[in-house]
Design a binder for this molecule. Structure first.
Ligand SMILES: [Zn+2]
Ligand SMILES: [Zn+2]
Length: 297
């Protein structure tokens, strides 16, 4: 069920509004100041307009899924759990196959391996990557796919709009040289306004394009190495501590890269990875879940 998950984070709200504004502004400039003047009457106008809007539609669809999906919140227990005897039991519990489960003192619940507490969401999130203000949500086990798709389509939209603006600008300069200015008539927007929109859209596209490229790369590396940024930091600390005394016991994954990618993007065809479709949660790693592990509490 896609429940509305609204976080009271002012930064998250501002980023959401900025995202929607940037998308609609880019669409407005591309149609109004790029396609209509430069490609009017040509089949390219319809073609570029359709492709660009399909990319924006997919971008917004992935963004909505990332915003409103459950990132993998660890459910809270219905009744308070007594953790007082936890230490004495911990070894015995690990023998039962609950290794890696920890206790969150803030949520007052048990959480599965790789879950971490988010201070903004005030909940523990399974395989938490980071809290992203651009989606006003955590990036976790269940919505990482949508987040990466959102980055992918933002990168594509940025590249596409850059190419369209540059080609329209070149066309404008050429037509000015050839003395076609009079053809545009009195109703055409002023040259300065058009150039201002071109520059703003170019800057927007470059900023967002570079930003999402860097995060997209980080996300892929974190999937392929099977380490979230939180785990990378923790493992680095463990390594540093154990550096001189004993060999590091940091476990590196032996899973093939494609299996790790399928855990995030689903087991369907690679083509399905491009769309914000619901995929069956990964069974690898035993994430079948209940609020309480098999503990004596
Ligand atoms: Zn927690
Ligand atoms: Zn969060």
């Amino acid at each position: 069920m896609a429940a509305f998950r609204c976080r009271r984070d002012p930064c998250g709200f501002i980023c959401l509004i900025l995202t929607y504004f940037s998308v609609f502004y880019a669409d407005y400039v591309v149609i109004q100041y790029v396609l209509i003047p430069a490609y009017s009457g040509s089949v390219w106008c319809t073609l570029h307009g359709s492709v660009f809007n399909i990319i924006l539609f997919l971008l917004l669809a992935c963004h909505s899924k990332a915003v409103f999906s459950d990132p993998g919140m660890v459910p809270l227990p219905e009744t308070a759990i007594d953790f007082s005897d936890l230490r004495s039991q911990s070894n015995r519990l690990n023998d039962r196959g609950c290794e890696g489960w920890t206790v969150c003192s803030r949520c007052e619940t048990y959480r599965p391996p790789r879950a971490h507490h988010c201070r903004v969401c005030q909940r523990c999130i399974r395989r938490m990557d980071h809290h992203c203000p651009w989606i006003n949500n955590c990036v976790g086990e269940l919505n990482q796919k949508y987040f990466i798709q959102f980055l992918f389509y933002t990168g594509m939209a940025s590249l596409y709009s850059m190419a369209l603006v540059v080609s329209a600008w070149v066309w404008r300069i050429r037509s000015e040289r050839e003395g076609d200015e009079e053809k545009e008539g009195e109703e055409a927007p002023s040259k300065h306004l058009i150039v201002a929109h071109y520059i703003i859209l170019l800057v927007e596209s470059i900023l967002f394009g570079v930003f999402v490229l860097v995060i997209f790369y980080d996300q892929l590396v974190s999937i392929i190495t099977d380490e979230t940024p939180i785990e990378q930091m923790r493992n680095r600390l463990i390594k540093d501590k154990a550096n001189n005394s004993q060999p590091s016991h940091v476990a590196h994954t032996r899973k093939p890269k494609i299996a790790l990618l399928r855990e995030v993007f689903g087991r369907g065809s690679i083509l399905c990875w491009l769309f914000p479709l619901h995929s069956t949660p990964p069974s690898v790693g035993g994430i079948s879940y209940s609020a309480l592990p098999d503990y004596d509490v």
